[in-house]
Design a protein around this ligand. Structure first.
Ligand code: SAH
Length: 365
């Protein structure tokens, strides 16, 4: 079973599907209820979610009251909701201890991608990242990571994702304990039912996490934030490179049995020169990676300047000329501070920690 904290009453949203159903089944059996009630309740957590046991009106009232007494069904408080002119929506959620996390919903044709957070803050301090600047606050529980998806499904009208990317706040591989069960909740047909190939975990290259992901039988996708093609440059942008240097990250990508994506944020005059393209192409070819070039999201980007569009185009061309499949990502939500950590930073400045009852002034947009 997967419980993160040891609460007096367990939060059903913290358990992966097998564990939750097992727990409910044992509880139903002990009460003399038929076992099918367990899957009936579970279906109302994620698949056709309701806010409370009270709302599970297909259950007898006495059973709903007993569930309320013995289990929790936590929720995240929506603090802010902002919509970009391009349709991207950004949500700031407040958790029980006052911590704030961000979720972004990005529509694109018939796709709806959710960018979700795995930690409040982040310990890694990448030089261009707003979340890094706020420092690490705490790990999120499965109820808070998968809970972001649940909350958007509970809106009226609901927002239903087709794709999930772990590219919000935090480093998912530094919180594998919660990310592991969360992946089951996202993917399992009895829970959120999102295809594994539509779920991408993005990491700076935390090796134990990459190994743990490769051991999962599902075809989850792996993206690695490379951002610089040499240790010397990467160290200056990503302090984590000291612990997990490029060669080891590339080797892990090579061992990964599915094709990986390199993320490469284009920093004007820093990592966007022709020699960088040549070096990056070599790394990508070593492990047959696909390269995503990401325009720097300027809001809260810590003094870096975005690479100009013609230079990005030339960089992509140089990669393709060397046989590397390359895409240039469009920046979304430019008017709503939609990149990693930008909304929370915009709202709170860079102070820590955040007390539970501060910031009540943030209204729902
Ligand atoms: N910690 C993980 C996942 C969260 S960040 C990781 O680093 O991969 C998701 C992606 O957004 C990373 O590639 C990160 O480097 C990138 N990013 C952070 N700040 C950005 C900014 N201002 N503009 C564009 N991309 C940014």
């Amino acid at each position: 079973m997967t419980v993160l904290e040891v609460p007096t009453t367990p939060d059903l949203l913290d358990f992966d599907p097998d564990a939750a159903i097992e727990l409910l089944r044992a509880w139903m059996t002990a009460r003399g209820e038929p076992a099918y009630r367990a899957t009936q309740v579970f279906a109302r957590l994620w698949l056709r979610p309701v806010r409370s046991f009270e709302d599970m009106t297909e259950l007898p009232k006495a059973l709903r009251e007993a569930l309320t007494a013995d289990f929790r069904l936590s929720s995240l408080e929506l603090a802010t909701r902002q919509k970009s002119t391009d349709g991207t929506e950004k949500f700031l959620f407040r958790m029980h201890d006052g911590q704030l996390i961000e979720t972004v919903a990005i529509p694109d044709g018939d796709r709806m991608t959710f960018c979700i957070s795995s930690q409040a803050g982040c310990a890694l301090k990448c030089a261009f990242c707003a979340t890094g600047a706020m420092g690490f606050q705490r790990n999120l529980a499965p109820s808070e990571i998968a809970g972001q998806v649940r909350e958007l499904r509970l809106l009226n009208p609901p927002i239903i994702p087709t794709n999930i990317v772990f590219m919000g706040m935090g480093e998912p591989m530094m919180n594998w304990k919660a990310v592991g069960p969360t992946l089951s909740l996202l993917n399992d047909a009895r829970a959120l039912g999102i295809g594994a190939r539509h779920i991408t975990i993005s990491t700076v290259g935390v090796l134990p996490g990459i190994i743990a992901l490769s051991e999962r039988p599902e075809q989850f996708r792996l993206a690695i934030s490379i951002h610089a093609p040499s240790d010397a440059l990467r160290k200056t942008l990503m302090p984590v490179n000291t612990k997990y240097p490029l060669a080891e990250v590339i080797e892990a990508a090579k061992q990964f049995d599915r094709r990986v994506t390199f993320e490469y944020v284009m920093l004007g005059g820093v990592n966007d020169q022709p020699e960088h393209a040549a070096q990056l192409a070599q790394l990508a070819r070593d492990c047959r990676a696909f390269v995503n070039l990401i325009p720097l999201h300027p809001g809260g980007s810590m003094g870096f300047t975005p690479t100009t569009t013609p230079v990005i185009t030339a960089f992509a061309k140089a990669l393709r000329a060397r046989g590397v499949e390359t895409a240039v990502r469009r920046s979304r939500g430019l008017d709503i501070a939609a990149a990693c950590g930008q909304l929370r930073t915009e709202r709170l400045g860079r102070r820590a920690p955040i007390a539970a009852d501060e910031h009540r002034e943030i209204g729902i947009a």
